[in-house]
Design a protein around this ligand. Structure first.
Ligand code: UDP
Ligand code: MG
Length: 311
């Protein structure tokens, strides 16, 4: 036991929302698959406002294993906030956010740690395939990463999730990022530093069900884009410029036509289409402004990102 003092400490951050049936199997898998890891483990559960027996399960496990710690948030704040709480409270020299549903295979951590000890600050898991996701989800995720990486200076590797190892210095950078709209995938990538990926096959959830739906995913994508790019705001000057130019050409055309052919009354269709077209362009651009202003409003309130009820 004396020599285990030399080992680095690795913190697993495990956000959980109503996962009572997953806690036990998760801990068993960790124990089984991470035996012989050249690091001491700290398992930090963040109960994100569960309303089932999740916290009882965690307390029971923590009672006889002192590498297990937990935080209980005062209500459901969302996975991103729960991970933030985990990053703030983890003590490790490196940190691995991991899902409790075993969709993030624990055995991958051996490879994470090996590459970390080779000098990488971030080692992210990359899904080799997204078979379990279904066609529509895969296509929309693919589109999102393409758009994001085009618009943002921060590159996020497609098919990388939150499952990754990040070193202490990256954790400390992320802890200095005060934003309330926390798109963690982008925030994990923002600090830079040497990083690499490891491929894995992501299995299906083994118990319980996903907390995502399309509406949540859409808002998640908007959070990501607005947090890491101002392009959607700025593009309207260019769209406006192009439309103004086209209008000018059209105007000159009409004037010449009128001079040559005289005044014509009919024109309902063209006027109607112009009114509708410009109306919708303006609404869209105001909507985009709204997306940013809404987020600015949230940021300006400076509310805490999460509240701890018990730790
Ligand atoms: N989770 C959370 N708070 C939430 C939603 C989810 O802490 O508001 C946790 C959940 O318990 C799980 C992890 O985040 O450990 C991933 O959630 P899920 O499996 O539903 O996401 P998916 O794997 O489908 O992307
Ligand atoms: Mg899952």
């Amino acid at each position: 036991m004396e020599e285990s003092k030399q080992l680095p400490l690795l913190s697993l951050i495990v956000p959980v929302l109503n996962e009572e049936e997953s806690i036990g199997p998760f801990l068993d898998a960790i124990q089984l698959k991470l035996a012989g890891l050249p690091a001491d483990l700290e398992i930090l559960f963040i109960d994100d406002g569960s309303t089932d027996g999740t916290i009882t399960e965690i307390e029971r496990a923590a009672a006889y294993d002192n590498s297990i710690r937990y935080l209980k948030l005062s209500r459901n704040f969302g996975k991103e906030a729960a991970m933030t709480a985990g990053l703030d409270h983890a003590k490790g020299d490196a940190v691995v956010p991991i899902d409790v549903d075993l969709q993030d295979p624990p055995e991958l951590i051996h490879e994470f740690v090996r590459l970390w000890q080779e000098g990488y600050d971030t080692v992210y898991g990359m899904r080799a395939s997204r078979e379990e996701d279904g066609r529509r989800k895969r296509a929309s995720a693919g589109l999102f990463y393409r758009v994001f990486n085009h618009l943002s200076h921060t590159y996020i590797p497609p098919n990388a999730g939150d499952y990754r190892l990040i070193s202490r210095r990256v954790v400390d950078v992320i802890r200095q990022m005060p934003e309330r709209n926390r798109f963690m995938k982008g925030m994990f990538a923002w600090p830079g530093y040497p990083s690499t990926g490891v491929e894995y096959d992501r299995p299906a959830r083994f118990a319980g069900e996903t907390k995502w739906n399309y509406w949540k995913l859409w808002n998640f994508a908007l959070d990501g884009l607005t947090s890491f790019s101002t392009w959607p705001l700025r593009i309207w000057s260019y769209i406006g410029g192009v439309i103004a130019l086209l209008s000018l050409i059209y105007m000159v055309g009409i004037i010449i036509h009128t001079v040559i052919a005289g005044v014509e009354w009919p024109g309902y269709a063209s006027i109607m289409s112009a009114v509708l077209f410009f109306g919708s362009i303006q609404l869209i651009s105001i909507g985009v402004l709204g997306e940013y202003i809404g987020r600015l409003y949230v940021e300006s309130k400076q509310r805490p990102i999460y509240m701890v009820d018990k730790d």
